[in-house]
Ligand binder design. Sequence first.
Ligand code: COA
Length: 430
Amino acid sequence: MSWKSIYNDRLVSGETAVKHIKSGDRVVIGHAVGEPSHLIRNMIENKDDYKDVEIIHMVAMGDSEYVKPGMEDHFRHNALFVGGSTRNAVNAGRADFTPIFFYEIPSLFKKNLSVDVALVQVSIPDKHGYCSYGVSIDYTKPACESAKIVIAQVNEYMPRTLGDSFIHVSDMDYIVEYNEPLIELPPAKIGDIEKKIGEHCASLIEDGDTLQLGIGAIPDAVLQFLTHKKNLGIHSEMFSDGVVDLIERGVINNRNKSFMQDKSVVTFLMGSQKLYDFVDNNPSVEMRSVDFVNNPNIVMKNDNIVCINSCIQVDLMGQVVSDSIGLKQISGVGGQVDFIRGASMAKNGRSIIAMPSSIKGKISKIVPFIDEGASVTTSRNDVDYVVTEYGIADLKGRTLRERAEALIRIAHPKFREELTKEYKRRFNIN
Ligand code: COA
Protein backbone atom coordinates (compact mmCIF):
# COMPACT_ATOMS: atom_id res chain seq x y z
CA MET A 1 0.00 0.00 0.00
CA SER A 2 1.46 3.41 -0.91
CA TRP A 3 1.94 5.95 1.84
CA LYS A 4 -0.63 8.18 0.13
CA SER A 5 -3.28 5.47 0.44
CA ILE A 6 -2.38 4.95 4.11
CA TYR A 7 -2.61 8.72 4.64
CA ASN A 8 -6.03 8.96 3.00
CA ASP A 9 -7.31 5.89 4.89
CA ARG A 10 -6.35 7.42 8.25
CA LEU A 11 -7.59 10.92 7.52
CA VAL A 12 -10.40 11.89 9.92
CA SER A 13 -11.90 15.06 11.35
CA GLY A 14 -10.63 16.39 14.69
CA GLU A 15 -14.01 15.57 16.18
CA THR A 16 -13.72 11.90 15.17
CA ALA A 17 -10.05 11.61 16.14
CA VAL A 18 -10.57 12.63 19.77
CA LYS A 19 -13.30 10.01 20.22
CA HIS A 20 -10.43 7.49 20.36
CA ILE A 21 -9.36 8.98 23.70
CA LYS A 22 -11.05 6.93 26.44
CA SER A 23 -11.81 7.63 30.08
CA GLY A 24 -8.80 6.85 32.27
CA ASP A 25 -6.32 7.24 29.39
CA ARG A 26 -2.99 8.95 29.81
CA VAL A 27 -2.65 11.52 27.00
CA VAL A 28 0.68 13.19 26.19
CA ILE A 29 0.42 16.52 24.39
CA GLY A 30 3.12 17.72 21.97
CA HIS A 31 5.41 20.23 23.63
CA ALA A 32 5.52 24.05 23.78
CA VAL A 33 4.58 25.85 20.54
CA GLY A 34 4.32 22.44 18.91
CA GLU A 35 1.07 21.76 20.77
CA PRO A 36 -1.74 20.69 18.41
CA SER A 37 -4.17 23.52 19.19
CA HIS A 38 -6.95 22.21 16.94
CA LEU A 39 -6.88 18.73 18.52
CA ILE A 40 -6.83 20.20 22.03
CA ARG A 41 -9.90 22.32 21.20
CA ASN A 42 -11.67 19.20 19.91
CA MET A 43 -10.72 17.24 23.01
CA ILE A 44 -12.14 19.99 25.24
CA GLU A 45 -15.37 20.09 23.22
CA ASN A 46 -15.69 16.34 23.67
CA LYS A 47 -15.10 16.54 27.45
CA ASP A 48 -18.47 15.08 28.45
CA ASP A 49 -17.35 11.75 27.00
CA TYR A 50 -14.37 11.58 29.35
CA LYS A 51 -13.77 10.83 33.01
CA ASP A 52 -10.30 11.05 34.58
CA VAL A 53 -8.22 11.56 31.46
CA GLU A 54 -4.66 12.33 32.57
CA ILE A 55 -3.00 15.05 30.51
CA ILE A 56 0.81 15.10 30.48
CA HIS A 57 2.39 18.26 29.15
CA MET A 58 5.48 20.31 29.87
CA VAL A 59 5.82 23.96 28.79
CA ALA A 60 2.18 24.65 27.85
CA MET A 61 1.95 27.73 25.62
CA GLY A 62 -1.78 27.58 24.83
CA ASP A 63 -4.75 28.27 27.10
CA SER A 64 -4.62 24.88 28.87
CA GLU A 65 -8.43 24.81 29.05
CA TYR A 66 -8.23 21.35 30.63
CA VAL A 67 -7.03 22.83 33.95
CA LYS A 68 -9.80 25.42 34.26
CA PRO A 69 -12.31 25.10 37.13
CA GLY A 70 -15.15 22.80 36.09
CA MET A 71 -12.87 20.41 34.17
CA GLU A 72 -11.96 18.32 37.26
CA ASP A 73 -14.27 15.41 36.48
CA HIS A 74 -13.00 15.09 32.93
CA PHE A 75 -9.27 15.85 33.06
CA ARG A 76 -6.43 15.76 35.56
CA HIS A 77 -3.31 17.59 34.39
CA ASN A 78 0.06 16.16 35.36
CA ALA A 79 2.54 18.96 34.66
CA LEU A 80 6.19 18.13 34.04
CA PHE A 81 6.81 21.91 34.13
CA VAL A 82 4.52 24.63 35.42
CA GLY A 83 3.90 27.76 33.37
CA GLY A 84 1.59 30.77 33.26
CA SER A 85 -1.47 28.82 32.13
CA THR A 86 -1.10 25.95 34.61
CA ARG A 87 0.46 27.56 37.73
CA ASN A 88 -2.77 28.46 39.48
CA ALA A 89 -4.29 25.03 38.88
CA VAL A 90 -1.22 23.21 40.28
CA ASN A 91 -1.03 25.44 43.34
CA ALA A 92 -4.79 25.21 43.92
CA GLY A 93 -4.63 21.40 43.83
CA ARG A 94 -6.65 21.04 40.59
CA ALA A 95 -3.57 19.73 38.79
CA ASP A 96 -0.40 17.87 39.74
CA PHE A 97 3.31 18.42 39.22
CA THR A 98 5.90 15.68 38.69
CA PRO A 99 9.56 16.68 39.25
CA ILE A 100 11.80 15.30 36.50
CA PHE A 101 14.95 16.20 34.57
CA PHE A 102 13.98 17.10 30.99
CA TYR A 103 16.37 14.56 29.44
CA GLU A 104 14.76 11.74 31.46
CA ILE A 105 11.19 12.31 30.23
CA PRO A 106 11.47 9.84 27.32
CA SER A 107 12.57 7.14 29.76
CA LEU A 108 9.58 7.98 32.02
CA PHE A 109 7.32 7.01 29.13
CA LYS A 110 9.11 3.66 28.84
CA LYS A 111 9.48 2.85 32.54
CA ASN A 112 6.96 4.74 34.67
CA LEU A 113 4.18 6.45 32.74
CA SER A 114 2.92 4.34 29.86
CA VAL A 115 1.37 6.49 27.14
CA ASP A 116 -2.10 5.64 25.84
CA VAL A 117 -2.49 8.50 23.39
CA ALA A 118 0.02 10.97 21.90
CA LEU A 119 -1.65 14.13 20.61
CA VAL A 120 0.86 15.90 18.38
CA GLN A 121 1.30 18.32 15.51
CA VAL A 122 3.49 17.71 12.44
CA SER A 123 4.40 19.19 9.05
CA ILE A 124 2.83 18.06 5.80
CA PRO A 125 4.39 14.82 4.48
CA ASP A 126 7.35 14.92 2.07
CA LYS A 127 7.41 12.85 -1.12
CA HIS A 128 8.40 9.74 0.88
CA GLY A 129 5.54 10.08 3.38
CA TYR A 130 7.60 11.50 6.26
CA CYS A 131 6.24 14.38 8.36
CA SER A 132 8.55 16.48 10.50
CA TYR A 133 7.78 17.13 14.16
CA GLY A 134 8.94 20.67 13.35
CA VAL A 135 9.48 22.94 16.35
CA SER A 136 9.29 20.26 19.07
CA ILE A 137 11.15 16.95 18.92
CA ASP A 138 12.08 16.87 22.65
CA TYR A 139 9.73 14.37 24.36
CA THR A 140 7.15 14.67 21.56
CA LYS A 141 8.81 12.14 19.26
CA PRO A 142 9.59 9.68 22.11
CA ALA A 143 5.95 9.98 23.30
CA CYS A 144 4.72 8.91 19.86
CA GLU A 145 7.18 6.03 19.84
CA SER A 146 5.80 4.81 23.19
CA ALA A 147 2.10 5.54 22.61
CA LYS A 148 -0.60 2.97 21.89
CA ILE A 149 -2.38 5.53 19.67
CA VAL A 150 -0.88 8.48 17.79
CA ILE A 151 -3.24 11.27 16.72
CA ALA A 152 -1.49 13.87 14.56
CA GLN A 153 -2.59 17.29 13.37
CA VAL A 154 -0.96 17.88 9.98
CA ASN A 155 -0.43 21.62 9.66
CA GLU A 156 1.14 23.28 6.62
CA TYR A 157 2.43 26.07 8.91
CA MET A 158 4.64 23.60 10.79
CA PRO A 159 8.22 23.98 9.46
CA ARG A 160 9.99 20.92 8.13
CA THR A 161 12.94 20.83 10.50
CA LEU A 162 15.76 18.38 9.92
CA GLY A 163 17.67 15.92 12.09
CA ASP A 164 16.09 12.97 13.86
CA SER A 165 12.80 14.77 13.46
CA PHE A 166 10.51 12.61 11.35
CA ILE A 167 7.53 10.33 11.67
CA HIS A 168 6.21 8.25 8.76
CA VAL A 169 2.47 8.49 8.04
CA SER A 170 2.22 4.74 8.61
CA ASP A 171 3.14 5.38 12.28
CA MET A 172 0.16 7.68 12.82
CA ASP A 173 -3.17 6.10 13.69
CA TYR A 174 -5.43 9.09 13.03
CA ILE A 175 -4.49 12.02 10.82
CA VAL A 176 -6.28 15.37 11.05
CA GLU A 177 -5.51 18.07 8.49
CA TYR A 178 -5.87 21.52 9.99
CA ASN A 179 -3.83 24.58 9.05
CA GLU A 180 -3.24 27.33 11.58
CA PRO A 181 -0.26 29.56 12.40
CA LEU A 182 1.94 28.30 15.24
CA ILE A 183 1.83 30.03 18.62
CA GLU A 184 4.43 32.83 18.64
CA LEU A 185 6.46 33.99 21.63
CA PRO A 186 6.16 37.76 22.30
CA PRO A 187 9.58 39.50 22.34
CA ALA A 188 11.07 39.74 25.83
CA LYS A 189 11.25 43.16 27.52
CA ILE A 190 14.90 44.00 28.06
CA GLY A 191 15.45 46.75 30.62
CA ASP A 192 18.64 48.31 32.03
CA ILE A 193 19.04 45.54 34.62
CA GLU A 194 18.81 42.78 32.02
CA LYS A 195 21.31 44.69 29.84
CA LYS A 196 23.82 44.88 32.70
CA ILE A 197 23.37 41.16 33.40
CA GLY A 198 23.76 40.43 29.69
CA GLU A 199 26.99 42.40 29.57
CA HIS A 200 28.45 40.52 32.57
CA CYS A 201 27.49 37.14 31.09
CA ALA A 202 28.94 38.09 27.71
CA SER A 203 32.26 38.88 29.43
CA LEU A 204 32.47 35.19 30.41
CA ILE A 205 31.98 34.02 26.80
CA GLU A 206 35.02 33.61 24.54
CA ASP A 207 35.36 33.32 20.77
CA GLY A 208 34.70 29.72 19.73
CA ASP A 209 32.49 28.82 22.72
CA THR A 210 29.32 26.73 22.36
CA LEU A 211 26.21 28.13 24.03
CA GLN A 212 23.11 26.88 25.78
CA LEU A 213 20.55 29.59 26.50
CA GLY A 214 17.06 29.51 27.95
CA ILE A 215 14.01 31.65 27.20
CA GLY A 216 13.40 35.28 28.11
CA ALA A 217 14.89 38.68 28.68
CA ILE A 218 18.24 37.61 30.15
CA PRO A 219 19.27 35.19 27.35
CA ASP A 220 18.10 37.77 24.78
CA ALA A 221 20.13 40.47 26.52
CA VAL A 222 23.23 38.24 26.54
CA LEU A 223 22.90 37.72 22.78
CA GLN A 224 22.87 41.51 22.22
CA PHE A 225 26.36 41.71 23.72
CA LEU A 226 27.83 38.96 21.56
CA THR A 227 27.76 40.72 18.21
CA HIS A 228 31.55 41.26 18.22
CA LYS A 229 32.37 37.59 19.04
CA LYS A 230 33.52 34.99 16.52
CA ASN A 231 32.82 31.34 15.71
CA LEU A 232 30.25 30.67 18.41
CA GLY A 233 28.25 27.44 18.40
CA ILE A 234 24.86 26.23 19.67
CA HIS A 235 24.10 23.05 21.60
CA SER A 236 20.95 24.05 23.48
CA GLU A 237 17.67 22.75 24.75
CA MET A 238 15.95 25.53 22.75
CA PHE A 239 16.66 28.74 20.92
CA SER A 240 14.69 31.75 19.79
CA ASP A 241 14.90 34.74 17.41
CA GLY A 242 18.03 36.24 19.02
CA VAL A 243 20.10 33.26 17.89
CA VAL A 244 18.83 33.67 14.32
CA ASP A 245 20.10 37.27 14.31
CA LEU A 246 23.58 36.12 15.36
CA ILE A 247 23.61 33.31 12.77
CA GLU A 248 22.68 35.83 10.07
CA ARG A 249 25.51 38.13 11.22
CA GLY A 250 27.96 35.20 11.02
CA VAL A 251 28.73 35.35 14.76
CA ILE A 252 27.28 31.89 15.33
CA ASN A 253 28.61 29.50 12.69
CA ASN A 254 29.26 26.32 14.73
CA ARG A 255 32.71 26.06 13.12
CA ASN A 256 34.64 25.56 16.34
CA LYS A 257 32.38 22.90 17.87
CA SER A 258 34.15 19.78 19.11
CA PHE A 259 30.89 17.80 18.72
CA MET A 260 28.47 17.97 15.78
CA GLN A 261 30.46 20.70 14.06
CA ASP A 262 28.60 23.06 11.66
CA LYS A 263 25.23 22.26 13.27
CA SER A 264 23.09 24.19 15.75
CA VAL A 265 21.86 21.28 17.87
CA VAL A 266 18.55 21.81 19.63
CA THR A 267 15.52 19.89 20.90
CA PHE A 268 12.77 22.54 20.65
CA LEU A 269 12.22 26.03 19.29
CA MET A 270 10.03 28.95 20.34
CA GLY A 271 9.91 32.39 18.82
CA SER A 272 8.29 34.40 16.07
CA GLN A 273 7.35 33.41 12.52
CA LYS A 274 10.84 34.64 11.53
CA LEU A 275 12.35 31.76 13.54
CA TYR A 276 9.91 29.21 12.12
CA ASP A 277 10.79 30.34 8.56
CA PHE A 278 14.51 30.20 9.34
CA VAL A 279 14.48 26.59 10.53
CA ASP A 280 12.30 25.31 7.68
CA ASN A 281 14.36 22.81 5.63
CA ASN A 282 17.55 24.30 7.10
CA PRO A 283 20.34 21.69 7.22
CA SER A 284 22.39 23.80 9.67
CA VAL A 285 19.79 23.18 12.40
CA GLU A 286 19.89 19.64 13.80
CA MET A 287 16.81 18.72 15.84
CA ARG A 288 17.11 15.68 18.14
CA SER A 289 15.04 14.29 20.97
CA VAL A 290 15.72 15.54 24.49
CA ASP A 291 17.26 12.30 25.78
CA PHE A 292 20.05 13.01 23.29
CA VAL A 293 20.42 16.83 23.29
CA ASN A 294 20.11 17.34 27.07
CA ASN A 295 21.81 14.14 28.18
CA PRO A 296 24.76 15.36 30.32
CA ASN A 297 26.95 12.68 28.69
CA ILE A 298 26.21 14.27 25.30
CA VAL A 299 26.41 17.87 26.55
CA MET A 300 29.89 17.17 27.95
CA LYS A 301 31.20 16.31 24.47
CA ASN A 302 31.03 20.03 23.68
CA ASP A 303 34.38 21.52 24.73
CA ASN A 304 34.02 25.16 25.82
CA ILE A 305 30.27 24.94 26.41
CA VAL A 306 28.74 27.84 28.36
CA CYS A 307 25.25 27.36 29.82
CA ILE A 308 23.15 30.32 30.93
CA ASN A 309 20.05 29.77 33.06
CA SER A 310 18.06 31.74 35.59
CA CYS A 311 16.64 31.17 39.04
CA ILE A 312 14.35 32.32 41.85
CA GLN A 313 16.77 32.36 44.81
CA VAL A 314 20.41 31.62 45.66
CA ASP A 315 21.42 31.15 49.27
CA LEU A 316 24.77 32.10 50.77
CA MET A 317 26.12 28.56 50.18
CA GLY A 318 25.31 28.73 46.46
CA GLN A 319 22.23 26.49 46.53
CA VAL A 320 20.06 27.47 43.59
CA VAL A 321 16.24 27.41 43.71
CA SER A 322 14.78 27.77 40.23
CA ASP A 323 11.35 26.23 40.21
CA SER A 324 9.56 27.09 43.45
CA ILE A 325 8.89 29.94 45.86
CA GLY A 326 8.63 28.10 49.15
CA LEU A 327 6.10 25.34 48.54
CA LYS A 328 4.57 27.19 45.59
CA GLN A 329 5.51 25.58 42.29
CA ILE A 330 6.55 28.29 39.80
CA SER A 331 8.10 26.29 36.95
CA GLY A 332 10.17 23.11 36.74
CA VAL A 333 13.77 22.05 36.52
CA GLY A 334 13.54 21.89 32.70
CA GLY A 335 17.01 21.39 31.29
CA GLN A 336 18.85 23.48 33.85
CA VAL A 337 20.57 20.65 35.69
CA ASP A 338 21.05 18.55 32.52
CA PHE A 339 23.20 21.33 31.07
CA ILE A 340 24.93 22.41 34.27
CA ARG A 341 26.01 18.82 34.93
CA GLY A 342 27.10 18.37 31.30
CA ALA A 343 29.03 21.64 31.31
CA SER A 344 30.81 20.79 34.55
CA MET A 345 32.04 17.54 32.93
CA ALA A 346 33.01 19.21 29.63
CA LYS A 347 36.54 20.41 28.84
CA ASN A 348 36.53 24.13 29.75
CA GLY A 349 32.74 23.93 30.30
CA ARG A 350 31.20 26.71 32.37
CA SER A 351 27.74 27.42 33.69
CA ILE A 352 26.13 30.68 34.67
CA ILE A 353 23.09 31.35 36.82
CA ALA A 354 21.99 34.84 35.83
CA MET A 355 19.28 36.81 37.63
CA PRO A 356 18.33 40.31 38.76
CA SER A 357 19.63 40.85 42.31
CA SER A 358 16.12 41.61 43.58
CA ILE A 359 12.46 41.78 42.70
CA LYS A 360 12.07 45.52 42.05
CA GLY A 361 14.38 46.35 44.99
CA LYS A 362 11.83 44.83 47.41
CA ILE A 363 12.84 41.17 47.73
CA SER A 364 16.45 40.00 47.56
CA LYS A 365 17.10 36.99 45.35
CA ILE A 366 20.31 36.32 47.28
CA VAL A 367 19.20 35.07 50.69
CA PRO A 368 20.75 33.71 53.90
CA PHE A 369 18.37 30.70 53.78
CA ILE A 370 16.11 29.46 51.01
CA ASP A 371 12.39 29.82 51.73
CA GLU A 372 10.84 27.06 53.81
CA GLY A 373 9.50 24.34 51.53
CA ALA A 374 11.50 25.41 48.46
CA SER A 375 13.28 22.74 46.44
CA VAL A 376 16.95 23.06 45.54
CA THR A 377 17.21 22.82 41.76
CA THR A 378 20.97 23.14 41.23
CA SER A 379 23.01 21.96 44.18
CA ARG A 380 25.85 23.91 45.72
CA ASN A 381 28.19 21.21 44.40
CA ASP A 382 27.24 21.99 40.79
CA VAL A 383 26.94 25.78 40.89
CA ASP A 384 29.63 27.67 39.00
CA TYR A 385 29.14 31.41 38.20
CA VAL A 386 26.27 33.50 39.59
CA VAL A 387 25.66 36.81 37.83
CA THR A 388 23.49 39.80 38.78
CA GLU A 389 23.47 43.39 37.52
CA TYR A 390 26.12 44.09 40.21
CA GLY A 391 28.68 41.63 38.90
CA ILE A 392 29.92 38.04 38.79
CA ALA A 393 30.39 35.61 41.71
CA ASP A 394 32.76 32.80 40.79
CA LEU A 395 31.72 30.00 43.20
CA LYS A 396 33.26 26.78 41.84
CA GLY A 397 36.07 25.58 44.08
CA ARG A 398 35.33 28.26 46.65
CA THR A 399 34.77 27.58 50.36
CA LEU A 400 31.43 28.33 52.00
CA ARG A 401 32.93 31.48 53.49
CA GLU A 402 34.32 32.68 50.15
CA ARG A 403 31.00 31.94 48.45
CA ALA A 404 29.07 34.02 50.95
CA GLU A 405 31.51 36.93 50.47
CA ALA A 406 31.28 36.71 46.66
CA LEU A 407 27.47 36.54 46.71
CA ILE A 408 27.10 39.49 49.11
CA ARG A 409 29.25 41.56 46.70
CA ILE A 410 26.72 41.03 43.88
CA ALA A 411 23.58 41.33 46.05
CA HIS A 412 21.33 44.40 45.82
CA PRO A 413 22.98 47.09 48.06
CA LYS A 414 19.80 47.42 50.11
CA PHE A 415 20.17 43.83 51.38
CA ARG A 416 23.95 43.60 51.83
CA GLU A 417 23.90 44.66 55.50
CA GLU A 418 21.38 41.96 56.45
CA LEU A 419 23.32 39.32 54.47
CA THR A 420 26.59 40.43 56.05
CA LYS A 421 25.07 40.06 59.53
CA GLU A 422 24.24 36.41 58.79
CA TYR A 423 27.69 35.87 57.22
CA LYS A 424 29.42 37.16 60.36
CA ARG A 425 27.21 35.08 62.63
CA ARG A 426 27.78 31.93 60.57
CA PHE A 427 31.56 32.26 60.33
CA ASN A 428 32.20 33.79 63.77
CA ILE A 429 33.52 37.04 62.36
CA ASN A 430 33.41 40.12 64.61
N1 COA B 1 10.75 35.74 45.59
C1 COA B 1 9.46 35.95 45.26
N2 COA B 1 9.01 35.95 43.97
C2 COA B 1 9.93 35.72 43.00
C3 COA B 1 11.29 35.50 43.28
C4 COA B 1 11.70 35.53 44.64
N3 COA B 1 12.97 35.33 44.99
N4 COA B 1 11.93 35.32 42.12
C5 COA B 1 11.01 35.39 41.13
N5 COA B 1 9.81 35.64 41.67
C6 COA B 1 8.54 35.79 40.95
C7 COA B 1 8.58 36.94 39.95
O1 COA B 1 8.25 38.18 40.55
C8 COA B 1 7.55 36.51 38.94
O2 COA B 1 6.26 36.72 39.46
P1 COA B 1 5.07 37.26 38.51
O3 COA B 1 4.90 36.18 37.48
O4 COA B 1 3.92 37.38 39.46
O5 COA B 1 5.57 38.55 37.95
C9 COA B 1 7.74 34.98 38.90
O6 COA B 1 8.36 34.63 40.13
C10 COA B 1 8.67 34.53 37.76
O7 COA B 1 9.88 35.23 37.87
P2 COA B 1 10.53 36.00 36.60
O8 COA B 1 11.79 36.63 37.11
O9 COA B 1 9.56 36.86 35.90
O10 COA B 1 10.78 34.76 35.66
P3 COA B 1 11.67 34.52 34.42
O11 COA B 1 10.80 34.51 33.25
O12 COA B 1 12.90 35.37 34.37
O13 COA B 1 12.12 33.01 34.75
C11 COA B 1 12.68 31.23 36.22
C12 COA B 1 12.86 32.72 35.90
C13 COA B 1 13.63 30.87 37.32
C14 COA B 1 11.25 30.97 36.69
C15 COA B 1 12.99 30.42 34.92
O14 COA B 1 14.27 30.74 34.47
C16 COA B 1 12.89 28.93 35.14
O15 COA B 1 11.82 28.38 35.11
N6 COA B 1 14.05 28.26 35.37
C17 COA B 1 14.08 26.82 35.61
C18 COA B 1 14.08 26.02 34.34
C19 COA B 1 15.31 26.23 33.50
O16 COA B 1 16.28 26.83 33.88
N7 COA B 1 15.27 25.70 32.29
C20 COA B 1 16.38 25.71 31.38
C21 COA B 1 16.32 26.65 30.28
S1 COA B 1 14.84 26.65 29.28
